[in-house]
Design a protein around this ligand. Sequence first.
Ligand SMILES: Nc1ncnc2c1ncn2[C@@H]1O[C@H](COP(=O)(O)OP(=O)(O)O)[C@@H](O)[C@H]1O
Ligand SMILES: [Mg+2]
Length: 254
Amino acid sequence: MRKVISVVSGKGGVGKTATTSNLALALQELGEKVIAIDCDIAGSNLALHLDLHPNPERSLQSALEGRKNAIEAITLHSTGLMVMPSSHTIKDENIDRRKFKKILNRLDGIVLIDAPPGLNENLHTIIDLSDEVIVVTNPEIPAVADAIKIVEIVKEKKGGTENCWCVLAKVDEIKKQLNEGEIEMALELPIISRIPYDRELKKSIFDRVPVVRHSPYSSSAIEYRKLAAWLTNQSFEPPRYATVMRFLGKLRGR
Ligand SMILES: Nc1ncnc2c1ncn2[C@@H]1O[C@H](COP(=O)(O)OP(=O)(O)O)[C@@H](O)[C@H]1O
Ligand SMILES: [Mg+2]
C-alpha cells in the first residue's frame, strides 16, 4: 500500500520543509513507514533540515537520471526515516513525470513530498501524482492569496478538494492577521492543523534536528504529532505536563 501526500504552497518560506520533516518523523513515531522526498529542486533544503549531506550521492536526481534505482536513491536517516533528498543545484530542472511516477511506483508506505513553491510544471506533476495534498500557508494576505491559486489547480486536476487540506503555520498572537474563518473561506479548505510560530522550531532548524526530536514538548512539536494522528485517523492525547517538560528541557540547554 502506498499513499502519496504532497506538502505544497504558493508562497515560499511558509514552512513546507519544516512540515515535511516533522510530519514524517511524527508519522514514523506512530508506526507508519514513511519516505520523505525533496522535490524542491531549485530550493532543496530537506537535507539541511535533517543534517544530511547537501550534495548526496543518493538523491532524487540520481534516480531520475537512472544512476540509481528508486530504492538505492533512498538514504536512511539516523532517526530511521527514509529520505530521498535533492542535490543542491542552481538549475531548476523539470521532473520527468513518467520517470517520477515509476520511482513512486517502486515505493510503499506513506510518501511525503516536499514540493517547490509556486505554480511551476513540477508542482503540476506532483499534484497529479498525489493522493492527498496539504496546502501550507501562513495567516498573512500574500501567503493566503498565493495558496488560493494552488487550491484552484487542485480543483482543476482532481475535480474537487476532497483530499486537500490547509495547514496553517507560523501562527502567532498578532492581532493584525487573517483569522481562521477568513482563511478557510478564502481557500474553501478546512484548516486541519495550526502550527504556532515557535522559537524552538527556529532553534531546531539551526541545530538541524526536526523539532519533534529536538524539543518534543514544544508547542510546534505537539501540533505536528497531532497532525500526524489526524492524517492516520488515530486519536491524539497531548502530552501531560508539557509546560513543565518544556521548562526542564530548557534547563538542560535545549
Ligand atoms: N512554526 C514555525 N515557527 C517559527 N519559524 C518557523 C516555523 N516554520 C518555519 N519557520 C521558519 O521559516 C523558515 C522557512 O521554513 P521552511 O520550512 O524552510 O519553508 P518552505 O519550505 O515553505 O520554504 C524556517 O527556516 C524557519 O526559520
Ligand atoms: Mg522548503
